[in-house]
Design a binder for this molecule. Structure first.
Ligand code: 5GP
Length: 186
């Protein structure tokens, strides 16, 4: 029994992801010459992307990690999120690059951007691996996008279903039988 047996379709294979991550890293490197940006990433989904992306950047970067959870479906439209793990150092005066796995409704990131902006960084840029614009509710200026994907629930390369499948090296879609019904939203 293999984890791969649960996958219906591979949307982005490992080589395709690696090539695009390298392009993003090169772009970030040239756009941030003379800077010492801090990569602020959100656990846990962005972990794999962050680990690969930072190794393609030829800059004196540092990283910081946050963890957030939404308050659940009832307040989804408000975009209120709970901070489970805060920044470990002040970002005042720093050039911040937010490294995200996927932007769907945009509500999580919208909240996070306000939170970060309140801490008075010199600049904030957003770099996300996957953009799923079909369900966007908050208008977010995304500076760097890896791939734009259709409105499907994806797993792998850090993204989970029920905490599983994060370690798949590609981004794919699960077989409906794995969900036991309709695929999860967002
Ligand atoms: P948003 O607030 O933009 O709707 O949601 C962002 C978060 O929802 C992402 O960071 C991710 O954790 C989760 N999410 C959204 N779409 C997907 C998806 O297709 N697959 C997985 N595994 N998580 C998703």
């Amino acid at each position: 029994m293999s984890l791969h047996d649960d996958v219906e379709e591979i949307l982005l294979d490992a080589d395709t992801i690696a090539a695009r991550v390298a392009e993003l890293g090169a772009q970030l490197t040239s756009d941030h010459q003379g800077q010492d940006p801090v990569l602020v990433s959100v656990l846990k989904g962005a972990l794999v992307f962050l680990a690969d992306l930072m190794r393609t950047m030829d800059l004196p970067t540092s990283i910081d990690l946050m963890e957030v959870s939404s308050y659940g479906a009832a307040t989804e439209s408000s975009g209120q999120v709970r901070i489970l793990k805060d920044l470990s150092k002040p970002i005042e005066g720093r050039d911040v690059i937010v490294v995200e796995d996927i932007i769907d409704t945009g509500l999580t990131l919208n909240y996070l951007l306000g939170y970060l902006a309140d801490r008075q960084p010199a600049s904030i840029k957003i770099c996300c691996l996957l953009d799923k614009p079909a369900r966007r509710l908050a208008d977010i200026p995304i500076d760097y996008i890896g791939f734009t994907i259709p409105d499907r629930f994806v797993i792998g390369y850090g993204l989970d279903f029920d905490e599983r499948y994060r370690n798949l090296p590609y981004i794919g879609v699960l077989k409906p039988s794995v969900y036991g019904g309709a695929p999860p939203e967002g």
